[in-house]
Design a protein around this ligand. Structure first.
Ligand SMILES: Cc1cc2nc3c(=O)[nH]c(=O)nc-3n(C[C@H](O)[C@H](O)[C@H](O)COP(=O)(O)OP(=O)(O)OC[C@H]3O[C@@H](n4cnc5c(N)ncnc54)[C@H](O)[C@@H]3O)c2cc1C
Length: 398
């Protein structure tokens, strides 16, 4: 296995770096640097810039408007993006439902949905979980009953990230109660403006409104918005979860966090010296960096497998477990580095236009919300306990 980059790959990396440096709007990168929530119009603005460059969808094939890059190029691109303060990709359209639509959708669905995912015009959310169906997703109860050429959908979805600002949702619904639970599920694309959809905010521990409890009452969905066959939705849902888990490995994001941690620890004092010169703290940072480097090489091994045409299977769960644990470890160390200054919880400081003096250094304000939100990383995308079960069964054969 050859893990070194070719000269062409290195030239490509220079090209990406130069482009981002030149084109990333300064106000967006400043907001990312400050740890402010990046709102929808700003993310759309950056997506549009990438779209105009032809780089909107690094993972998509050329025929659907993607770059057609191989796994190595995609990795280099993500890396180069993370070196700058670029906003994180919102996964639901580009990384999740887009690939599902071009793989299993009809021509009409491809034509209708893919262009607006690419240019960022339409935002998606994911309607899988329900109050009684999380890890045990197949027990979902939201019902869709065929009435002429429409399904009528009734039920409740929860933890719906971005449902309050999304234009469309991809949703799992129960279309049959016969046989095994998995065999009665269908996959629908639903316009969030349809009468009867009511997203209600759930405020998370970091103080943000990221997700929602969404009620569906007699929501009429054209049957042509079903992906694939009726009652075969479980297969599409699983395909999409594989994509989700791969994208949660978060090497780029963790590298960004490691750099931030080192820079904060370089500013903070311990016995009059920089905290980075404190041997016991520096050892913890080094340990986290070793973990991250080994995780990065694990990620590269997966890419090499993919590049060699070998499909990735259940082992992708390893990436999700390690990636999220490392992300949490880095946020914990950042809180430790800040000491008392991690404690003030002034969310207003992270809003645009705040001009009051901050308690402690300016860089401290975003760290506690980020630490708190990172607790969720080992839950979403399928909890890490469930990922361990998958590895035990499917990889180790236990
Ligand atoms: C920040 C965030 C964003 C999310 N966004 C979305 C979204 O946009 N769309 C969406 O559909 N869902 C979303 N989710 C929901 C997420 O997928 C579920 O929270 C997750 O699948 C776990 O389900 P649950 O919360 O019902 O917990 P449960 O399934 O009730 O699990 C509770 C605990 O029991 C453990 N457990 C359960 N079963 C087993 C088992 N068999 N073996 C060992 N341990 C087990 C779990 O690991 C967990 O620790 C989001 C969640 C979070 C936290």
């Amino acid at each position: 296995m050859d893990l070194a980059f070719s000269d062409d790959d290195l030239a490509f990396r220079d090209e990406v770096r130069a482009f981002v440096k030149e084109n990333l709007p300064a106000d967006i990168s400043e907001s990312v640097r400050q740890g402010r929530a990046i709102d929808k119009p700003d993310i759309q603005r950056w997506q549009r810039i990438l779209f105009d460059q032809g780089w909107a969808a690094p993972g998509w094939p050329v025929e659907y408007g993607g770059t057609g890059w191989n796994a190595t190029r995609r990795y280099i691109f993500d890396e180069a993006m993370s070196e700058f303060d670029t906003p994180e990709t919102v996964p639901f359209g580009l990384l999740m439902v887009g690939p599902l639509i071009y793989t299993f959708g009809t021509d009409a669905q491809k034509e209708r949905f893919l262009p607006k995912i690419l240019n960022g015009e339409e935002w998606w959310c994911q309607g899988y979980s329900e109050p009684g169906a999380g890890s045990d997703l197949a027990s979902l109860q939201t019902k869709a009953v065929l009435d002429g050429d429409h399904y009528v959908v009734n039920g409740t979805k929860t933890w719906n990230s971005s449902a309050h600002i999304a234009d469309w949702t991809f949703t799992l619904v129960r279309t049959s109660s016969e046989g095994k639970q998995q065999e009665g599920i269908s996959f629908l694309l639903i316009d969030m403006k349809t009468p009867g959809i009511d997203p209600n905010p759930i405020v998370s521990i970091d103080g943000g409104h990221h997700f929602n409890m969404t009620y569906y009452t007699d929501v009429r969905v054209p049957a042509e918005n079903r992906i694939g066959e009726e009652n075969k939705g479980w297969a599409y849902a699983k395909y999409l979860l594989g994509h989700e888990r791969q994208s949660i490995s978060e090497v780029g994001l963790s590298k960004q966090r490691l750099r931030r941690l080192k820079s904060i620890a370089g500013e903070e004092r311990s016995d009059g010296e920089s905290l980075m010169d404190d041997k016991s703290f520096a050892k913890k940072v080094a340990e986290a960096e070793v973990q991250l480097t080994s995780h990065e090489y694990l990620n590269l091994r997966f890419l090499a497998e993919e590049a060699a045409g070998r499909p990735i299977g259940a082992e992708v769960s390893l990436l999700k477990i390690r990636g999220t644990e490392i992300r949490q470890q880095l946020t914990e160390l950042t809180i430790e580095a800040l000491g008392y200054y991690a404690a003030p919880f002034e969310l207003e400081q992270l809003t645009e236009g705040w001009n009051e003096p901050s308690i402690g250094p300016e860089y401290a304000a975003a760290q506690m919300p980020q630490y708190l939100f990172s607790r969720a990383a080992t839950i979403y995308g399928g909890s890490n306990e469930i990922q361990r079960n998958i590895i035990a069964k499917m990889v180790l054969g236990l």
